[in-house]
Design a protein around this ligand. Sequence first.
Ligand code: PAF
Length: 275
Amino acid sequence: MEIITTVERLQEVAMRERAAGKTLGMVPTMGALHEGHLSLIRRAHEENDVVFCSIFVNPVQFNNAEDLQKYPRTLEADVQLIGDLADYVFAPTVEEVFPVAPTEVYDFGPVANVMEGAARPGHFNGVGVIVRRLLEWVRPHKSYFGEKDYQQIAVVKEMCRQCRILSEIVPCPIVREPNGLAMSSRNRRLSVHEFETAANIHRILEASKQCGTVQEIKTFVESEIGKIPEFQLDYFELADAETLQTADTLDNPHGVMGFITVYTGPVRLIDNVKY
Ligand code: PAF
């Protein structure tokens, strides 16, 4: 594995591998890697000749300075975990990626305006800014994203459509802790007690599958989350699995999903469930 820190070298090796007829897989991450990331990297390894993994805490997608400052940075441990699963790890500085502050303003349409888009203004624009750059520099055949950030996948697909980026976007299933909590780099910030409490998010979503209607599901989830004093619900939305617009009925050709964001102490955790 080669660790790359410059965009010039990144483009050089990617172009060389492509010219040699290799298929390229890309896994963009912000580091603090866990089994969820490793499942993406393993899949990229299985499906491509050459794997690129980026580790970059992208400042322009944070709309909260404290969240950016507290975001875990564990490059050495990340590189150890990746081992031989990736051929290239791109770990640049902020100045390397953004020699000047980016000014792009996208309109990713309805998929980007609801839920995380509404709760975190500018977040998806920042995701679009970095993912576009990474995919244009590497030009991977396939790029891998985890379904914990389900809405992010819809936004990235829309960005690729608008910017004519031809990489196939491959959604990968959520990986969970043994207690059911969706794996996230932010889980490291939970105390032992908060970590155990946070397992209730998945438990409640799973239990809500017993409800018969959208209204029953909403009432059930909101009341069950409300019973746990450590939790503060940001939102729980039922939405069309493709358009991500509010679903009024479970009878929907694309399927309906529940999307939840809960503060557990200071940590914002997100999860989703398919009905
Ligand atoms: O999902 C993430 O970790 C980030 O949003 C991504 C896709 C690496 C862009 O910074």
